[in-house]
Ligand binder design. Structure first.
Ligand code: HEM
Length: 387
């Protein structure tokens, strides 16, 4: 089949081709990338792969390229150890505790543009909101926030770039910054001084058998929080607003009845998942839907296509605020299920709630443009206006 994630029409709108993939090519091989990779698109196959972590391993990374096992980007038991460390900062209670700050920050961001009559949703609200919240949680000093935002952008761009080396020096600058932050917390702890009470301190000063954890491991976990959580949440906010505003009557329904916001966020996650798919690595030859995938292959689990599988979601290509709730795969499933899902949902729900309350007459002023890389889906710009 001629489908490829790099076709211009698929780059423009990845949903072009889901129907064909699902119906005619449930195991697709893409040779237009190094390394070549397979794509699973049917809900049942994606779910099977997510559960069979022995065959569909994360040991060599969840991205399109083979990477060494590090931090949480690997299989149990190492994965379990690092995940449980971070999990402590992401309990439902702790996330709920962020609610007032997220609402306050959203209002501050709206305050900055409200008199203008127009803004770019991505740049002015959807991008700064999650970056500032995660930076505060980690304990990044306010003075460094702009640099931190910039690095967040770079990390995402590098992930899917055909030549990631162009970002190498920026990435090194970020790692060295985080390393210094980590070391100063460890020095404080060793001198008996109290380091700041933040997530970075918790990770940096955690001791296993009386020793700090290896620096590279902690840096990888910190990096994953940044890469995994920022652009994705930004995209959730822009994608959800884009679909709501595309049909003004939809937005007006939400404005009139904000209890619909939760459904709007969930339907956006199903319809336009910010992570279109992630990768696994086969540890043996495995047959899926009659096709053999050889051992050692990269396999993309296409969460977005699975979310449009008509066997699970009737009339899948309709964005439907009244759709009965069923488990979509926007946050994955199983042992790697997104750790930040409650945080992303909280931020998106509050962003939509405050926008509906304060700018009920919002309109799209264009469709903006798609973000890169090919396995993420969001809008780099989303111009809005109101009166
Ligand atoms: C709408 C926003 C988000 C989306 C769509 C999203 C999506 C995902 C997906 C699909 C996975 C599963 C990875 C896999 O299958 O291999 C994942 C894992 C993860 N996400 Fe998210 N994510 C979002 C927000 C966040 C946030 C806000 C954070 C934290 C600040 C975060 C941190 C993580 C981490 C640490 C993992 C790895 C979990 C593991 O391997 O055990 N994510 N995310």
């Amino acid at each position: 089949m001629a489908w490829s994630p790099f076709l211009p029409e698929v780059m423009q709108d990845p949903s072009n081709g889901y129907g064909e993939l699902l119906a005619a090519c449930p195991v697709h091989r893409c040779d237009d990338f190094e390394p070549p990779f397979f794509t699973l698109s049917r809900y049942a196959d994606v779910e099977m792969a997510l559960r069979d972590i022995e065959t569909f391993s994360s040991q060599f990374g969840q991205g399109p390229r083979f990477t060494p096992p590090i931090g949480m980007l690997c299989d149990p038991p190492q994965h379990t150890f690092y995940r449980s460390l971070v999990q402590r900062a992401f309990t439902p209670r702790m996330i709920e505790g962020l609610r007032p700050r997220v609402a306050e920050l959203t209002d501050e961001l709206i305050d900055k543009v409200v008199e203008q009559g127009s803004c770019d949703l991505h740049d002015d609200i959807a991008f700064p909101l999650p970056v500032v919240i995660i930076a505060e949680l980690l304990g990044v000093p306010t003075a460094d926030l702009e640099r931190f935002k910039h690095w967040s952008d770079i990390q995402v761009a590098a992930m899917g770039a055909r030549d990631p080396s162009i970002y190498a020096s920026e990435q090194e600058a970020f790692i060295s910054y985080m390393r210094n932050q980590m070391r100063s917390r460890r020095e404080d702890a060793e001198r008996g001084l109290a380091p700041p009470d933040d997530l970075m301190t918790a990770l940096a000063t955690h001791r296993d058998n009386d020793a700090f954890l290896p620096e590279e491991q902690v840096l990888s976990v910190l990096n994953q929080l940044l890469v995994g959580g920022n652009e994705t949440t930004t995209s959730l906010i822009t994608n959800a607003m884009w679909r709501l505003l595309q049909e003004p009557s939809r937005w007006q329904r939400v404005v009139a009845d904000p209890t619909l916001i939760e459904s709007a966020v969930e339907e956006s996650l199903r319809f336009d998942p910010p992570v279109l798919g992630l990768y696994r690595n086969t540890t043996r030859d495995v047959s899926v839907a009659g096709t053999t995938i050889p051992e050692g292959s990269k396999v993309m689990l296409h969460y977005a296509a699975a979310n449009r599988d008509p066997d699970v979601f009737p009339d899948p290509d309709r964005f439907d605020l009244d759709r009965p709730r069923k488990r979509h795969l926007a946050f994955g499933l199983g042992v790697h299920f997104c750790l930040g899902a409650p945080m992303a949902r909280l931020e998106a729900e509050l962003a939509l709630t405050r926008l509906a309350a304060r700018l009920p007459n919002l309109e799209l002023a264009g469709d903006g443009e798609r973000i890169a890389p090919f396995f993420l889906w969001g809008r780099r710009k989303l111009p809005l206006r109101w009166h």
